[in-house]
Write a protein that binds this ligand. Structure first.
Ligand code: WQD
Length: 339
């Protein structure tokens, strides 16, 4: 029996694969490698001593998915595969709706045909939109501000309706806050293509000399120091949350949704200073105007995941900064050969 990870060669997928393998379960990956490298899975194998079969293909390709289920006995699935750049989704909405929704719909059809009914879905805190009340709870009303977020919202709805119509389905929706950091070995980590959109990889590339300076997007927000506040969560804590979600899915029919965050918000400057302190480096930055679409503050109430998944984030902001820099230092060009 194996767990299928769609998009499992990516940042969160590869860390989750490592976690599941170390827990003694087998993993199979389907990934189109549009935003991932097979090197990540080679290193996961190196770290765990376990094989990680990789099928290169698209989750919306029914034949590709059937090949996986025909060759391996898949008893559970974690669905990571999808396009995830907020800004890009605003510019290319049809591409995002087509890609992300087709992937979810095709996966569900193939799972049903192969009598596989446990599904953990990679959702996002972005579905909460611009809610001001913090901390965010799963019962809060949803409302997205970009097509990427709407694809997560719509996939959640598709899965709720499916598990209502077909009671064999056990679905867990995981709403991630801000995943950062890397496995402590420094052998796997976040390898964004092009200019990083997200804060932590950008900081790492500034300190490594690949970027000139960090632009702090606004210091006039109603927060402690005027810069944006987010709930940063170590990617290994997130990976362990997926392991807990698989165990929950085994025992519970229907659909359940959980926030995966630490419950603590840190500002941009607080993260910058933590990074400098723990790594003994300087992060040159300049305050620039706000980034359109950004909100002031976003952090989770993770109590439901603690109570029902028996999971909570354990790693500190210092751990996140240390492990992120350890990965960057050891892999200045990510998974690409030294350039
Ligand atoms: C964090 C903070 C920025 C970059 C995004 C997606 C979300 C999810 C996680 C997928 C904000 C500030 C950033 C920079 C900066 N992804 N910042 N300079 O926007 O909270 O969430 O990633 O699910 O959907 O929206 O993360 O890392 O981009 O920004 O000042 O160069 O850092 O303004 O306050 P965000 P982020």
């Amino acid at each position: 029996m194996a767990v299928l990870l769609t998009g499992g060669a990516g940042y969160i997928g590869s860390h989750t694969a490592l976690c599941i393998l170390n827990a003694g379960q087998d993993v199979v990956v389907l990934d189109n490698l549009s935003n991932a490298s097979p090197e990540a899975l080679r290193r996961v194998s190196e770290l765990t001593g376990k094989d990680v079969p990789l099928f290169v293909g698209d989750c919306a390709d029914k034949d590709a998915l059937n090949r996986v289920f025909d060759q391996y006995k898949i008893d559970q699935v974690i669905h990571f595969a999808g396009l995830k750049a907020v800004g890009e989704s605003v510019a290319q909405p049809l591409r995002y709706y087509r890609n992300n929704l087709d992937a979810t719909l095709t996966l569900c059809e193939v799972m049903q045909a192969h009598q596989c009914f446990d599904l953990v879905f990679s959702s996002s805190a972005t579905v909460y939109g611009t809610i001001q009340e913090m901390p965010l709870r799963e019962t809060f009303p949803l409302g997205c501000t970009n097509p990427y977020g709407w694809t997560k919202f719509m996939s959640e709805q598709i899965l709720r309706d499916l598990s209502h119509a077909d009671e064999r389905f056990h679905v867990v929706l995981l709403r991630y806050f801000n995943p950062v950091g890397a496995h402590e070995s420094g052998r796997i980590g976040e390898d964004p293509s092009g200019i990083p959109n997200n804060l932590m990889p950008f900081i790492c590339q500034v300190v490594s000399g690949r970027r000139k300076e960090l632009s702090v997007f606004g210091n006039d927000y109603p927060t402690r120091d005027g810069t944006g506040v987010r709930d940063y969560i170590h990617v290994m804590d997130l990976a362990e949350g997926h392991l807990a979600a698989l165990a929950y899915a085994r025992e519970h029919a229907g659909t359940e949704v959980f926030n995966l965050g630490t419950g603590v918000g840190y500002s941009v400057l607080e993260l910058v200073h933590a990074f400098e302190e723990v790594n003994g480096v300087r992060v040159p930055y300049r305050v620039t105007p706000r980034r359109p679409g950004d909100i002031a503050t976003c952090y989770a109430d993770p109590a439901k995941a603690t109570n029902l998944l028996h999971w909570e984030a354990k790693r500190s902001l210092a751990d996140m900064c240390r492990d992120a820099w350890n990965w960057q230092k050891n892999n200045p060009n990510g998974y690409h050969e030294a350039q």
